[in-house]
Structure formats: C-alpha cells, structure tokens
Ligand binder design. Structure first.
Ligand SMILES: NC(=O)c1ccc[n+]([C@@H]2O[C@H](COP(=O)([O-])OP(=O)(O)OC[C@H]3O[C@@H](n4cnc5c(N)ncnc54)[C@H](OP(=O)(O)O)[C@@H]3O)[C@@H](O)[C@H]2O)c1
Length: 317
C-alpha cells in the first residue's frame, strides 16, 4: 500500500523539499498551495490542491483523505495578525481536517526558538503545539535550529566589499544550522518512526555550533578575501521597538514594525540551541544533529551558483 501524505505550506523553503523527500520515498503526495503559488514540480505521484487555509478547510475535505499530514505552514512576516492567522488559525483548520480523516500522524514543523517565547509568532506556534498535543491524534513536533538561508543573507554585501554585521562581540549567540534537504529527509524519516510518536524533536545540522563571528570567518575562507565586521548593539532594536510601540496603539503597521524589531533583537541575543534548565544556558551538546551538508558547502554553492538573490538579502541590513 502506498501512503498518501498531505503537505501544507508545500511552496515554502522547507515545504518544497519535504515534498521531494516524500516522493523520493515513494509516498503519494498532496501539496497544499495558495492560489497563485509559484510551483513547477510535477510528478506522477504528486497532486496539487489549491485553497486558502486561513479562510476555510473545506477544499481539503473535498479530496480523497490522506494517511498523514505534515504542516510546513509559517507566517512569512511574523507580523502580529499574520502570525495568529497562519501559525494558529490555519494550522487549527488543518488539524480539523486531520481529525476528520483520522490520520496516522500529524507532523508539525515548528522552531527551536519557542523554548523562550517572547514574540507573537512564537506564542502562536506554542498555542497550536498545545492544541495538537491535546488532540487525540498521534503527533510529532519538529523544532529545528537555524536554516542555512538564515545565515546566508549577508553574502552579497560582502561581495560588494561591505562589512559583515554582528551584534556585540559576534559571539553572543550560536546555532547548529541545517540544510533544507537534510531537514526534509529528517522530517520524512520521522513520519513512520514509532519513537517520534507524541514527541518534540529539536534538531540541528552536523558539526560544531557556529557564532556570527564564526560565520564571518567561514565566509572569509570561502570567498578567499578578508571580511571586515561591524558591530551593532542589539539594544538599538529594543529602543526603536519601544518608540514604534507608541504609534502601534493607533496603527497596526507600526505594531508590526515594532514586532519585527523585537524579532531582530531576539535573534541577535538568543542562541538557536537546546536550552538546558539545569545549566541555565543553551547547550550545544544537548542539541541533536542530523544530515551531512555543511554551512561551508552551502556558502560555496551560493557563491559559485550566484543564487543569493533567491535567498534574498538579509532584511535587517
Ligand atoms: N528560518 C529559520 O532559520 C528557521 C529555523 C527554525 C525553524 N523555522 C521554522 O520553520 C518553518 C518553515 O519555515 P520556511 O522557511 O520553510 O517558511 P516559508 O518559506 O516562509 O514558507 C511558509 C509556507 O507557509 C505558507 N503561508 C504563509 N502565509 C500563509 C497564509 N496566509 N495562508 C496560507 N499559507 C501561508 C507559504 O505559502 P506561500 O508560498 O503561498 O506564501 C509557504 O508555503 C517555520 O515555522 C519557521 O518558523 C525557521
């Protein structure tokens, strides 16, 4: 029997790789897409279904039921309203469909940063995680560390001779980044793993944790040129967020802008590693790893292939 898997958020950075990883493992895949999504993949075992999960789940209830549901949905902006609409509302509709189908597993792609929930999108993610855990379905929650794309946004600046921005000393934070293909493989493998039932799985990529300063040094090696760093104080974000919050009382756009600054401050000051309550610190040793692709290989590919524009410049700079 070939299992049928619904991938919601299939057009996303990780979602599209999850679709490919599942097809590679011979699953029948249903890709949930929004109208107008950029999608070119075709395959005999792939079906695409179009609809707005933030509005209704009926378009999914009209198709043949699936055995598994994977959610790679995520708010693209992290804005206050969007976070609730996508992280909680859309996922809740997806859960309603999964319950109706009686799926064998609901697998949620979440994020390691929810360990210290200070941002709206993190709280909405956690709210849905709790709802999923309380449902009667077998579930798996995957909380990755950082993706390679999140560590690649300054390459174009360096190629233009501009400095690499770090916060403080450049060693305030660390992460174990994971390649999108490696994370997709990990996700596909958990689908039928019995040890992943009702489990929260933090996951990072191979090798030691890397700081922003370490990223600058790695880029210097890969680009074979000296890389200058420029330090910014992270509290700048909090000061700007506090000012914008005043306007946010009246304007939702200012509320979102203030939230984006708080997001920037969070990533400037918090590591993407498993938090150890015992040590009261982030722990590289406690952060599991998977996959084989390294950040150095990713940087080399980007620089050789000129795919920086696809990843986008780092929004902060
Ligand atoms: N970036 C990191 O380093 C990092 C690290 C750890 C965990 N994560 C987590 O990993 C998850 C996936 O990240 P990603 O980079 O793959 O996300 P992404 O590329 O932004 O993809 C988000 C997906 O959700 C869909 N979506 C967004 N808004 C929607 C809406 N209003 N209605 C319906 N669908 C909507 C998108 O559809 P469209 O294509 O139509 O917009 C897309 O398919 C997120 O939960 C993120 O927090 C990220």
């Amino acid at each position: 029997m070939t299992y049928r898997v619904l991938v919601a958020g299939a057009s996303g950075y990780i979602g599209r790789h999850v679709v490919e990883a599942l097809l590679h493992r011979n699953y029948r895949v249903v890709a949930q897409l929004r109208a107008g999504a950029q999608w070119s993949l075709t395959h005999p075992k792939l079906e695409c279904v179009y609809g707005e999960l933030t509005e209704s789940e009926q378009f999914l209830l009209d198709i043949e039921p699936c055995h598994f549901v994977i959610s790679c949905l995520a708010s693209r902006s992290g804005g206050v309203r969007d976070a609730r609409l996508v992280e909680y509302d859309a996922n809740s509709r997806l859960l309603a469909v999964a319950l109706q189908w009686g799926v064998q597993r609901f697998l949620l792609l979440s994020a390691i940063c929810v360990q210290k929930p200070r941002l709206v999108f993190q709280k909405e993610k956690l709210r849905f995680e709790a709802k999923l855990r309380e449902s009667n379905l077998p579930w798996t929650i995957i909380r990755p560390t950082a993706f390679f794309k999140s560590l690649s946004g300054q390459i174009m600046r360096l190629q233009q001779g501009k400095p690499f921005f770090v916060f403080g000393s450049g060693t305030l934070t660390a992460c174990k980044p994971i390649a999108e293909e490696d994370l997709a493989t990990f996700i596909a493998e958990q689908l039928t793993s019995s040890s992943a039932i009702d489990a929260i799985l933090p996951i990072g990529g191979p090798g030691p944790a890397i700081t922003p300063l370490g990223q600058a040094q790695l880029l210097s090696q890969v680009l074979q040129q000296p890389v200058k760093t420029r330090s910014l104080p992270p509290r700048l974000f909090l000061i700007a967020a506090a000012v914008l919050s005043l306007f946010g009382l009246l304007f939702s756009r200012a509320r979102d802008q203030a939230e984006f600054l708080r997001i920037a401050h969070f990533y400037a000051t918090e590591s993407m590693l498993v938090w150890s309550d015992e040590a009261g610190a982030y722990s590289e040793a406690l952060t599991p790893e998977s996959g084989s692709k390294t950040l150095s290989e990713c940087y080399q590919e980007i620089i050789k292939g000129g795919v920086v524009s696809e990843l986008g410049e780092h929004k902060l700079f």
